[in-house]
Design a binder for this molecule. Structure first.
Ligand code: NAP
Length: 550
């Protein structure tokens, strides 16, 4: 049995092993890693010394790390606009990457990782992340706030470094240690790490997979779901689902679970109306949940099964034994198709509405509400949407007035109660006749239906929340029959009059709840599975009727 070595000897041999591993890794680099250190004489002395010793030890380990030191008052510091010490600048002739502070503790992982990437001159990003990074068309000034005690920070800092290496033409990175740069951290309210700002916009809080980091950087807002993209010109699959709302995504999960390859095509944001609902009430399992959160959970789940094609508009569908779907990007062929196209915002149809859309008229309080903080707006409608949106606007500091054409609300009682308990003004029996203004909305013309009085009402915003109309353009073009109310006509299996074409969700009418849409999507998926195994259209009954049973 081997004798246990004294502890001191063990740790020094461990240190020697780490040093040896680092030497092997750095010596193998195809390129040198120039590192400039800027220090301030007399200021931050302990930190300056720590940074100096750290870099010296790396340059001793391998000649590939080329270390030079400059005073903050030097010409070099002025040329490179360095104003605080210690600041480290890496390979400045190639990249714009700097570290403000000393990368010790957990941050040593950032230092080693970034120097290796710089030595290889590659970001070594995944194909999907690189695709997103490559399409960013304008400058990104990235600030990553980190701390030496944060185990999640190196991952996020390295994501930023990878970006700066892959896109030196648009990306600059500052990794900022909040402990030695408290003033900057205060300015950005970066009180927890890691946080990433791009062009001074907070784009990430916490560590992210590099694909999500890339997407957040591209969109300049926090992203929580990444959908892989493909360049395929033709996608041959079993089921195509048009629409990525609750009905379409639930259908996709169930078709794939039934063994059918499935593609979901969505032209806009995933989640449909739910994505822009500030708070969803009573989705079973959640008394209250932000719509976007619910959508993110749903999309992440669906992505475990289906392939999602987002941002593609379906332009043509041809039915037949093999259904053909043409989108703005590619072609799909499938054995069955589910139309889960949902519904569009209903318009008021009054003069000025279209004219001022995006200039004071909005259909989405979650999206546009913050622009109206401290301003006066009306919300039109008396259903759950109008009440939810009015409460959301009120809660974010918008002066909100609800305008309803009746004297009672259609919204659920517990929601309506909140309107009254918050003293949100309600104009009962009132209709909007016109929206007026110059550049932007300045007033609405209202009519009290009981007294007949017509009067101008000064507001800066009009939020229309009067329900939805089914999106049936594709169904119509395909020859799918509609009900007298304009929804897709379907049987209890969600079959339409065209064999192989099904419907689900709000486009069918009915209760229009998230859970009912999901239930309809699930039922449609299971019908597709059963029908593809035993096609009803080849059965005697199917042949006799020629179409799906209604
Ligand atoms: P809705 O329930 O159909 O209500 C539409 C409201 O707008 C009604 O009060 C209606 O007035 C009014 N309206 C319709 N056309 C109008 C016009 N031209 N001018 C003025 N007012 C007009 O629609 P929704 O509120 O959008 O809700 C749609 C579905 O989503 C509902 O099933 C709802 O329960 C659901 N939803 C649920 C939640 C949740 O948190 N669980 C949140 C939002 C929506 P009248 O009352 O006079 O008809």
């Amino acid at each position: 049995m081997a004798e246990k070595k004294p502890e001191r000897q063990q740790s020094s041999s461990w240190g020697a092993q780490v040093e040896k591993n680092l030497r092997v890794a750095f010596d193998a680099l195809p390129n040198e890693v120039p590192v400039m250190l800027f220090t301030e004489k007399g200021g931050n002395d302990a930190l300056n010394m720590a940074a100096r010793e750290l870099l010296k030890s790396f340059s001793k380990i391998s000649s590939k790390v080329v270390f030079s030191e400059f005073d903050l008052k030097s010409e070099e510091a002025g040329k490179r606009n360095v104003t605080s010490g210690p600041t480290l600048i890496f390979d400045p002739d190639r990249y714009s990457i700097r570290y403000l502070g000393v990368p010790y503790g957990e941050e040593a992982r950032t230092l080693v990782g970034m120097m290796l990437l710089i030595g290889f001159r590659t970001g070594n990003m995944s194909e999907q992340a690189l695709k997103v990074i490559k399409r960013i068309g304008s400058r990104r000034e990235i600030k990553v706030f980190v701390s030496p005690t944060c185990p999640y920070c190196p991952e996020q800092a390295i994501n930023a470094v990878k970006t700066a290496i892959e896109r030196p033409d648009i990306a600059s990175v500052e990794i900022i240690d909040i402990q030695s740069n408290q003033e900057t951290a205060n300015r950005y309210s970066a009180f927890s790490v890691p946080q990433v700002f791009a062009n001074d916009v907070l784009i990430a809080h916490g560590a992210q997979a590099e694909e999500l980091f890339a997407l957040s950087l591209d969109k300049l807002e926090q992203q929580t779901v990444f959908i892989p993209e493909t360049d395929a010109e033709l996608v041959e699959t079993d089921v195509v689902i048009v629409g990525g709302g609750p009905a379409g995504l639930a259908a996709g999960i169930y078709t794939v679970r039934s063994g059918l390859r499935t593609a979901v095509i969505e032209r806009g944001p995933l989640g449909g109306q739910v994505a822009t609902t500030p708070i969803v009430e009573n989705y079973p399992g959640f008394a209250r949940v932000p719509g976007k959160t619910l959508v993110d959970i749903l999309v992440s789940h669906a992505l475990e099964y289906v392939q999602i094609f987002q941002g593609e508009e379906v332009v043509e569908i041809q039915s037949g034994p093999r259904i053909e779907v043409r989108t703005s990007r590619r072609r799909f062929t499938a054995r069955a198709l589910i139309l889960a196209t949902g519904a569009n915002y209903k318009r008021l149809g009054v003069p000025g509405e279209m004219n001022f859309m995006g200039r004071g008229v909005s259909y989405c309080a979650t999206c546009d509400g913050p622009l109206f903080k401290n301003k006066k707006v009306i919300v039109v409608g008396g259903g759950n949407s109008a009440v939810t949106e009015a409460l959301h606007l009120y809660n974010i500091g918008v002066q909100t007035v609800l305008v309803h054409r009746r004297n009672t609300l259609r919204a659920q009682e517990h929601l309506a109660k909140n309107i009254f308990s918050n003293n949100i003004e309600v104009l009962w029996d009132t209709e909007v006749l016109e929206i007026r203004g110059k550049e932007r909305v300045a007033e609405v013309v209202l009519q009290n239906k009981r007294t007949g009085e017509v009067y101008p009402f000064p507001v800066q915003g009009v939020f229309v929340a009067i329900g939805y109309e089914p999106s049936v353009d594709l169904a119509k073009a395909l020859g799918v029959e509609l009900s007298p109310e304009g929804f897709i006509k379907h049987d209890s299996h969600h079959r339409t009059n065209i064999p192989g074409i099904y419907s689900a969700g709000d486009v069918e009418g009915g209760y229009k709840q998230i859970v009912t849409a999901m239930g309809q999507g699930t039922e449609a998926a299971l019908s597709v599975f059963e029908d593809l195994a035993h096609p009803y259209w080849t059965s005697e009954q199917g042949r006799q009727s020629g179409v799906a049973r209604m």
